[in-house]
Design a protein around this ligand. Structure first.
Ligand code: SF4
Length: 348
């Protein structure tokens, strides 16, 4: 029996490129309690979306592969499916993907086929996953378009993706993703293309759906305000690895990793006359990662050994894990937390 819906252990995802293999996600471990909202934050290129796409078994369509680790999905407390063991094109994963586990993608144009009306594409998903008749699927699709505030939804049902504005396409994609009442929703920057008013409406809608359907959510974003408002637990990623993991309240009250501290300092504040803080440098190329701590070239607290030895994960306070030498010393194995999907940490 498990109160958790997802358990990721030691996940390593590799992409083949002309310049060699790159580890886009390395040694990632976390678990997700039912009805929990986990936030994943970090700059572009930190591995947030690849983690999500690995869970969905989509990386195999993009020249990628899961090289190590496991992703276990528990649709009910008594069932366990090892997603890593499934072929990415198998009937089993296709029955799960888009139905039980659904994803809102960053780029709505990439999710809709430009040659079919948006409503038809939504209805097909409903026929496939929920077994609705064509007429029932049409009604349900229109209902979902209404819920995401698409004006004249019944009329819009027959329009093509290019006839929708960017914001409307984003909302239609959200409608499609939630139309099958997924058990687990992965929202990858779901409100990036939306203005602040619609963003607030969509976040409220996601909150409502979580409550209505006991939906579990992974919210990927670079927006710390969304994290503060929406999530129970937070995972901060840097260069493909977890830098810090804790409850959202602990992360905002006491950010431990220098990278998290810098992310929080760079949030714009209304009325502030101070120059906006920006983190110097950029995320390292995954083809040329620094030795030791990947954040060392940008870290104001870097010590000599940070440049030569990769820090393990320490747990300086219960449930608050951080991969940084400020919280332990080389050889200090006793204080090092095992990098596992600790069920006591997630979902508390
Ligand atoms: Fe900075 Fe060293 Fe911690 Fe890395 S391990 S974040 S370089 S203090």
């Amino acid at each position: 029996m498990s109160d958790h819906i997802l358990r990721v252990e030691g996940l390593k995802t590799v992409f083949k490129t002309f310049s060699g293999d790159i580890n886009a996600v390395d040694d990632v471990a976390f678990s997700l309690a039912r009805n929990e909202t986990l936030g994943i934050v970090g700059e572009s290129g930190c591995g947030k979306s690849v983690t999500a796409r690995s869970i969905m078994k989509l990386v195999e369509f993009e020249n990628g592969r899961i090289d190590a680790g496991s992703v276990e999905y528990m649709p009910t407390p008594d069932e366990l499916i090892d997603l890593t063991a499934l072929d990415h094109k198998s009937a089993e994963i296709r029955a799960i993907r888009g139905g039980q586990i659904s994803m809102i993608f960053q780029e709505p144009m990439a999710s809709f086929n430009p040659v079919f009306p948006i409503g038809k594409q939504m209805a097909e998903v409903l026929v496939h996953h929920l077994g609705l008749s064509k007429l029932e699927a049409r009604d349900r699709a229109i209902e979902m378009l209404n819920r995401v505030k698409i004006p004249n939804a019944a009329q819009r049902f027959d329009e093509y993706p290019h006839e929708f504005s960017g914001g409307m396409r984003q909302r239609a994609m959200i409608a499609m993703a939630i139309s099958c009442n997924p058990k687990l929703l992965i929202a990858d920057e779901p409100t990036t293309a939306l203005d602040v008013t619609v963003e607030a409406q969509i976040l409220e809608l996601l909150n409502e759906l979580e409550a209505e359907h006991s939906m579990t959510t992974i919210m990927i974003t670079h927006d710390m305000a969304v994290i503060a408002e929406m999530t129970d637990n937070v995972m901060v990623m840097y260069a493909g690895r977890i830098a810090e993991y804790s409850s959202a309240s602990a992360l905002f009250a006491n950010p431990l990793h220098p990278y998290t501290q810098a992310l929080l300092k760079s949030i714009p504040r209304i009325g502030s006359k101070e120059e906006l803080y920006s983190i110097e440098g950029s995320v390292p190329s995954l083809l040329d990662l620094p030795k030791g701590c990947y954040f060392a070239p940008r870290c104001p607290f870097a010590m000599e050994h940070c440049h030569t030895q990769a820090p393990p994960t320490f747990e300086p306070e219960p449930g608050h894990r951080v991969r940084c030498w400020l919280y332990g010393e080389p050889g200090d194995e006793v204080r090092a937390a095992p990098l596992t999907a600790s069920e006591e940490v997630a979902g508390t």
